[in-house]
Design a protein around this ligand. Structure first.
Ligand SMILES: [Fe+2]
Length: 499
């Protein structure tokens, strides 16, 4: 495996191998294609985003995967050919650091550590800085205004990119979305005409049957959860603060035809911890709960149900069957990757604990929860044919790790799950190949559920290069129908969509 260490020697796994950033912005036209690009992809663009620190982190030991500046990777399908391009999202942080030509701000594991230049860019005067330092010292954490200034800077737009109500948005979950154009140039912050009351998560959901979208925010100050309904035209039609007893990370939520499901799991996000080494603390004694609210309901209408201790980043979908909500989630015993103690500055790369795929059935009247195992291999990134979101799905997708060395990457197998037959149709790329989320796009307008293609960026650790694979989503085990070769690698990223 090639050693990529653009910032010099480090044993931090997130700055090594294919987690290390690719800091050049390039465009490659007419890429080499094995096989044939399906007709149905012509005119479409795969856009993805991931963390890619532009400058050497201030403290390499404490750099975390979630910190890197958002880099958009885009594949343009044009008349059977493929063009690739990558550009940074020009966030506030990126602009300040680009002007200074060095890193100014700390990340998630170094709390609010930053340089004097960084504080000055954030408009913190001496008095304000001393006041915040004192508050951190006595354990109460920053004021709301101080926290909001810092959160703006931690927002790297590195988590997801998608079309929402006619805008192409690159998102993180600590701040607000950035709008970009189809050539992936940054337009600027987008906050729904100042109607976002705080940060917004990177997994908004659109009900394709009504055109309405929904999103959430979470923060370490009340209201800890915020819920929004967005019209098809992109207007925020409803804002509802959701009352919960303390702040936690909530990376995604569930949406069915009539209900939303909130995850209140104990990765506690306490303002008192902001400014220390780690703002999120796993507190199992606080337990895990699911909240179910009618989509048009109020906070008081939410029914909260205690469930066995666990952690969930992502779900595939949620639908209703009588009094039951059915949702497939990648479930962990505790939050992975975070909640590391400060004496453990170089986190091991492998997932500890691993995520497993389960189907939950929650009775929203009684709170009874039934769990069915789908696979106990390490999994992540459940996706689906989003034209059927909120309704019963027959097909779903996720990635899995099988028979491989976890030190080099996280997943190597694409899985298509048929929920009618309960059979997995899967493809393992083999030794030295690693991939992330599989993105579905339909083969043509009006195609049946699951009739379409799965797109994956795959890294070959031997060649130190990446490729894009295209699968027939109904026959993944047959292998890719087309493979597009890049002249270099693409760093491991998080999420994306076809637009
Ligand atoms: Fe995510």
């Amino acid at each position: 495996m090639s050693t990529n260490q653009p910032f010099g020697p480090t044993d931090n796994a997130y700055l090594n191998g294919n987690f290390a950033p690719v800091i050049t912005e390039e465009e490659f036209k007419d890429l080499k294609i094995e096989g044939v690009i399906p007709e149905g992809l012509n005119g479409k663009i795969l856009v993805r985003t991931g963390p890619n620190p532009r400058f050497k982190p201030r403290d390499m030991k404490y750099y975390h995967w979630f910190d890197g500046d958002g880099m958009i990777n885009a594949f343009y399908f044009e008349d059977g050919k493929v063009r690739y391009k990558n550009r940074y999202v020009q966030t506030k942080k990126w602009k300040f650091e680009n002007a200074a030509n060095r890193s100014l701000f700390g990340g998630i594991r170094s709390g609010m550590s930053t340089t004097l230049k960084g504080w000055s860019d954030l408009k913190f005067g001496w008095l304000n800085l001393l006041w915040m330092g004192f508050r951190t010292l006595i354990g109460v954490g920053p004021t709301r205004a101080q926290y909001e200034s810092v959160a703006t800077i931690l927002n790297a737009a590195n988590t997801n990119v998608m079309n929402l109500s006619g805008k192409l948005l690159a998102m993180d979950e600590i701040g607000q979305p950035y709008e970009i154009d189809r050539e992936i140039r940054t337009i600027g912050l987008y906050n729904y005409k100042n109607k976002l009351e705080g940060p917004a998560i990177a997994h908004p959901l659109t009900d394709p049957f009504t055109g309405e979208s929904f999103t959430m925010g979470y923060q370490p100050l009340p209201p800890y959860f915020q819920y929004y309904k967005i019209s098809e035209k992109g207007e925020i039609e409803k804002y509802e603060p959701i009352e919960v007893p303390y702040g936690v990370m909530m990376h995604a939520f569930g949406l069915s035809e009539n209900y939303v499901m909130f995850y209140h799991m104990p990765a506690v996000f306490d303002i008192k911890n902001v400014g220390t080494r780690e703002p999120f603390h796993w507190m199992p004694e606080k337990g895990a709960r699911l909240g179910v609210m009618p989509r048009d309901g109020k906070s008081d209408d939410t029914k909260w149900f205690d469930i066995p201790l666990c952690w969930v980043f992502h779900n595939m979908n949620m639908y209703e069957e009588g009094d039951w909500l059915v949702t497939d989630v990648a479930k962990y015993e505790r939050i992975p990757l975070l909640g590391l103690d400060t004496n453990n500055p170089s986190p091991p790369l492998y997932m500890d604990p691993i995520g497993i795929m389960v189907r939950w059935r929650l009775n929203y009247k009684t709170g009874e929860l039934k769990e069915e195992l789908i696979t106990d291999h390490p999994v992540e990134f459940p996706t689906m044919d989003s034209r059927f979101l909120t309704r019963k799905h027959k097909h779903g997708y996720f990635v899995m790790l099988k028979d491989a060395d976890q030190e080099k990457g996280l997943w190597n197998t694409v899985v298509h799950r048929n929920f009618e037959t309960n059979v997995n149709d899967e493809y393992c790329f083999g030794k030295d190949y690693y991939t992330g989320e599989a993105v579905f796009t339909p083969s043509h307008e009006g195609s049946k559920e699951g009739e379409g293609y799965l797109l994956n960026i795959v890294y070959n650790a031997q060649e130190n290069k990446s490729r894009l694979t295209v699968f027939d989503a109904m026959n993944v085990s047959a292998g890719p129908v087309a493979t597009v070769h890049l002249p270099r690698r693409i760093e491991y990223d998080f999420h994306g969509n076809v637009i």
